[in-house]
Design a binder for this molecule. Structure first.
Ligand SMILES: [Zn+2]
Length: 313
């Protein structure tokens, strides 16, 4: 009897230890499966830890990549779609145009399907003439506002030499870019004689991810976008006009509701950009801020679910 009890106890013990072992094995399998599926801990830890994303062959597959190029005091965003389509929004100033061309080559670009000059200011379109001269270009968009600067004239000449015609950038224009990505202009909504407020603003969505690239749109344009009733929400926002006080009004920021914001600004610029008031406003709304002057090139990619943020430094 005692023996049987012992036996049965021992049986019971062994049964419970077997089931414990199986639980551990199952947990391990789930863990390893998850690890492999997600491409390792680094990715699993999440995109907010920018320095943790490791470079792996093919890691960009199926991702929309938005790269905020460090062009000093100016702006430029390079977009690469999940199927490899390319878009360039602005190209920095004249004095950095060779760097701009080199940068595009470094990202493996030989063709730009869409080129957008958000507005005719030199810190945005300065490098565009050289880019158009050096790359195959599908379509060029610019807002309907003229400028009599040499920079602008040089850009028009490059566009003409390529046999391209400028398409009008304005709210409501849907860009024929990538089937999986929706790209729509949400500004300029109205005609203004102020170049900044004529800035083309592009909203991009891919799966659950969203981006708003604002050019130098200021208060006037932000208000027009708000009253237009168009969808403006975006997890990733380019901070308007390099973080100037004339942009990123609280009402606009609250409507866009970004999680991440990028400020394209050069170190020691004479404008005092970005303004502390704007940095404070972003901090108060709990927006995570990235800056080209501090971090070099900044990439915020998305697989439609999660963001993968990498900075040059
Ligand atoms: Zn600017």
């Amino acid at each position: 009897m005692a023996k049987r009890t012992t036996k049965s106890k021992s049986k019971g013990k062994s049964k419970s230890s077997t089931s414990k072992n199986s639980i551990i094995v199952v947990l391990l399998a789930v863990f390893i499966g998850f690890y492999l599926l997600e491409g390792g801990w680094q990715d699993w830890l999440g995109p907010t830890d920018s320095s943790s994303v490791t470079t792996q062959a093919g890691e960009n597959e199926g991702r929309l990549r938005v790269i905020f190029l460090d062009v000093g005091q100016g702006a430029s965003q390079l977009l690469i779609s999940p199927t490899g389509k390319t878009m360039l929004i602005d190209a920095g100033n004249n004095d950095r145009e060779q760097q701009m061309v080199d940068s595009l080559h470094a990202y493996g670009i030989d063709r730009l399907d869409i080129v957008i000059g958000t507005h005719p200011d030199a810190d945005h379109i300065g490098g565009l003439d050289r880019v158009i001269d050096n790359f195959e270009v599908g379509a060029v968009y610019m807002p309907k506002i003229q400028s009599n600067t040499k920079t602008y004239e040089s850009l028009l000449r490059s566009i003409k030499n390529k046999g391209l015609k400028v398409k009008t950038a304005q709210a409501g224009v849907r860009l024929d870019w990538d089937e999986e990505v929706s790209s729509e202009m949400v500004a300029p909504v109205t005609i203004s004689d102020d170049t900044n407020n004529m800035s083309a603003v592009v909203r991009i969505t891919y799966g659950n991810s969203s981006y708003l690239l604002t050019g130098d749109a200021e208060r006037e344009s932000e208000q027009a976008m708000l009253s237009s009733g168009r969808e403006l929400q975006a997890d990733v926002m380019l901070v308007g006009h390099h973080g100037s006080k004339s942009s990123t009004t609280l009402a606009f920021l609250k409507r866009v509701k970004p999680k991440y914001a990028v400020i394209q600004v050069g170190a020691d610029n004479s404008y005092g950009h970005p303004k502390q008031a704007i940095l404070d406003r972003l901090a108060k709304q709990k927006v995570e801020v990235y800056r080209n002057d501090l971090q070099g090139n900044i990439e915020i990619a998305s697989d439609g679910m999660k963001y993968y943020i990498t900075a040059e430094r």
